[in-house]
Design a protein around this ligand. Sequence first.
Ligand code: MLT
Length: 406
Amino acid sequence: MARINDNFQKLPGSYLFSKIAHRVADYKQLNPQSKIIRMGIGDVTLPLCDAVVKAMEHATEEMAHRETFRGYGPEQGYAFLAQTILDNEYATRGVSLETDEIFISDGAKSDTGNIGDILGLDNIVAVTDPVYPVYVDTNVMAGRAGNLLENGHWSNIVYMPVTKDNGFVPELPQKRVDVIYLCFPNNPTGTTLTKAQLKKFVDYARENEALILFDAAYEAFIREKDVPHSIYEIEGAKEVAIEFRSFSKTAGFTGTRCGYTIIPKTVIAYNEKGEKVALNRLWNRRQCTKFNGTPYIVQRAAEAVYSQAGKEQVRAQVDYYMGNAKIICESLQAAGYEVFGGVNGPYVWTKTPENMNSWEFFDYLLKEKNIVATPGVGFGPSGEGYIRFSALGDRDNTIEAMKRLD
Ligand code: MLT
């Protein structure tokens, strides 16, 4: 008798963004004339920049000729991209890494979801609340989360609330944990940690033999000084942290798919005998077994992000989205809403009006204003009473949506 992984049956019916997409599709079917503006899922709207497109075209041409055709590439990614990333993203910030400490992939969602493959099932996991649902759902699938409680938390997960009361800065876990997921600039709140605030987590991990899984998918949106772009800017982090990065929001790759994970060879965890094991080696083993590498064409496209033209064009795209974020923040504030984030990240975290709960406000926005946003409670119970607006949309639509809320 074939048996399922019973953990899947513990999960709520559908993934947050699928649930929203269904609700919007149902509404649209009943109201085909409605002009819906989508500010829900953080999907980009600008096309790939010219430098990236040219690199893809060139790589496609290479694939069309026997002499330059490529079959399977290295599972870890091509050295040309690995070195380019290390030179541009890390060496420039004083972080020295080697090319066998970076793993190119099809995106940070896959990597943050898959990393649990190399970690024991008895680890106690800590997440912020609210949190990007992938971290929690994948731990539920693996069997680390325990049971869903009435308050929306999982019995075996330790939650670190990020709320208005603590300025969206999580406190260290109240009980001892083994694995800590952090995402900064934060999805969903759009807020950040300073270097000193992040250092507390690194120190905690070093003192408690814990591991930090640091999702830096939104680092390109950082505008303020003293906000770390990489956790490795913090002393000691190379012993305790894995970092995830993505080209999705930075360079418009949500549909193109490319990201990478940094696992310094000094990051270790323990086996059942209490011996140290390098996680780099385990992840390499995992990737070689389950992943055949990111397409060559896509890796050449990602490399072009770091050409002189690519840097300028991608920067202009990020500036455009942050221009949207400013419009959203200012318009919502002018209309009397309380807003957070939107300064170093493309999300604006907004208090719902008149004590509406998140889904009530979602429905109001959808039905009365034809705007899609993401209900804060979908990211965890501490997100109740909030809604998230994405700034990754089209400028005219952003302005139009804000007019509707005036
Ligand atoms: C989001 O809207 O939170 C993101 O688009 C999700 C993702 O990057 O997978």
